[in-house]
Design a protein around this ligand. Structure first.
Ligand SMILES: C[S@@+](CC[C@H](N)C(=O)[O-])C[C@H]1O[C@@H](n2cnc3c(N)ncnc32)[C@H](O)[C@@H]1O
Length: 225
């Protein structure tokens, strides 16, 4: 698998990847209500084995959760940029290693293993705790670039779950170019600070599940609360 990824990355080229969230905090079954909802939506759309990415996989507890509880027949791919946590993730997921893989997004192109039906990008597109010093601020441009890159590897009708972002996905170009709609959600539990693209603080909100669709945005959003 390692050699295959290296070859594909050379062919596709790896765009310059920058670190989003520096913190590696994670938990087993961290967002049960959302995992359950996304699993139901994905199984309805893609059958019993949707292909899943855990972007910002940290020590692998999210990938393990998904493999054991919500996507029991799926291939799960974890992506991180930190070698130490990646190596912990491989140990964490050793018992499910026939269908859970990890790679370093700084060394391997995000699309190296093809497209995904579901992408979880939870608690990765943010800085927490918030540090307002200019060198530590999470820039909107990095958020927008990350969403664009994820959108490229998400299949049409695919689901993007993004808990705890510092910015709104609808402020990015990907929202229009890839046509997303919001899915109704139970409770995202977002707690990090939310800003508009200019850095103005916004009220927190309970949105985190989006579907990539070919429909025009002139039809409005679905399931918005
Ligand atoms: C707070 S952890 C989130 C873990 C897990 N997603 C969860 O919700 O429990 C954030 C992880 O994202 C990783 N990360 C930061 N920038 C990244 C990037 N550009 N690509 C992939 N992973 C990244 C960090 O190394 C860190 O391990």
């Amino acid at each position: 698998m390692g050699l295959l990824l290296a070859c594909v990355s050379l062919l596709l080229g790896v765009a310059k990847v920058r670190v989003n969230q520096h913190d590696h905090d994670t938990l087993y079954d961290r967002y049960p209500a959302i995992y359950q909802q996304v699993s139901r939506l994905a199984l309805e759309t893609f059958g019993n084995a949707p292909k899943v990415m855990s972007f910002g996989s940290s020590t692998g507890l999210e990938a393990l959760t998904l493999a054991q509880k919500y996507f029991e027949k799926s291939v799960i791919v974890g992506v991180d940029v930190d070698e130490v946590t990646l190596s912990q993730a491989r140990s964490t997921c050793a018992n499910v290693s026939s269908r859970v893989f990890m790679f370093n997004g700084e060394k391997t192109a995000l699309g190296a293993l093809g497209l995904y039906d579901v992408i979880f990008a939870n608690s990765v597109s943010c800085r927490h705790p918030w540090d307002p010093r200019p060198e530590n601020v999470y820039q909107f441009s990095l958020f927008a670039q990350t969403i664009a890159t994820l959108s490229e590897v998400l299949r049409p009708n695919g689901i993007l779950c993004i808990i705890n972002p510092n910015y709104r996905i609808e402020d990015t170009a990907a929202w229009l170019t890839h046509h997303y709609v919001q899915e109704n959600v139970v409770d995202c539990g977002n707690f990090v600070r939310l800003f508009d693209r200019n850095g103005t603080t916004l009220p927190r909100r309970d949105l985190c599940v989006y579907r990539k669709t070919s429909r025009s945005h002139s039809h409005g959003t679905r399931g918005r609360r």
